[in-house]
Design a protein around this ligand. Structure first.
Ligand code: IDP
Ligand code: MG
Length: 137
């Protein structure tokens, strides 16, 4: 079993589609082992997206991630990291294939509804950024 980190981003929480996204996650065979609704400060978003600090969209991304509540998730499954990336779809919803969450729910390149760890190293940074061991069951 492998664990990955996921976020239902502000654009999706604002539209009351948390449940629709969770149905797709559970239907694909993931177990939700951690779940919390929180609102990040911009500084907390900047720490989370530290790897992107030199990218031109960093400030826009962190403002967006702090503009409203998110749902932070830890998902467990065989091959969870790659399988969650596949279920999310391409970063730009316009490029995402049919059946993916970003194709169905994403609004734009920036407001693409979900986040997922891109590697085991990222998951190892991202999971404890949001959850302690007692919160993962
Ligand atoms: P990923 O979420 O598919 O891993 P990354 O390249 O890691 O994509 O980018 C992180 C997030 O930053 C994206 O999911 C999206 O919300 C936002 N983003 C990426 N590129 C752009 C851009 O060119 N303009 C605005 N936001 C962007
Ligand atoms: Mg990424």
């Amino acid at each position: 079993m492998e664990r990955t980190f996921a976020i239902i981003k502000p654009d999706a929480v604002e539209r009351n589609i948390i449940g629709g996204i969770l149905v797709k996650i559970e239907s694909a065979g993931f177990t939700v082992v951690g779940l919390k609704r929180i609102r990040l400060t911009k500084e907390q978003a900047m720490g989370f997206y530290y790897v992107h600090k030199d990218r031109p969209f960093y400030d826009e991304l962190c403002s967006y991630m702090a503009r409203g509540p998110i749902v932070a998730l830890v998902l467990e499954k065989d091959n969870a990291i790659a399988d969650w990336r596949a279920l999310m779809g391409a970063t730009n919803p316009a490029d995402a294939i049919e059946g993916t969450i970003r194709k169905e729910f994403g609004l734009s390149l920036g407001e693409n509804s979900v986040h997922g760890s891109d590697s085991a190293e990222s998951a190892a940074y991202e999971i404890p950024y949001f959850f302690n061991a007692l919160e993962l069951v």
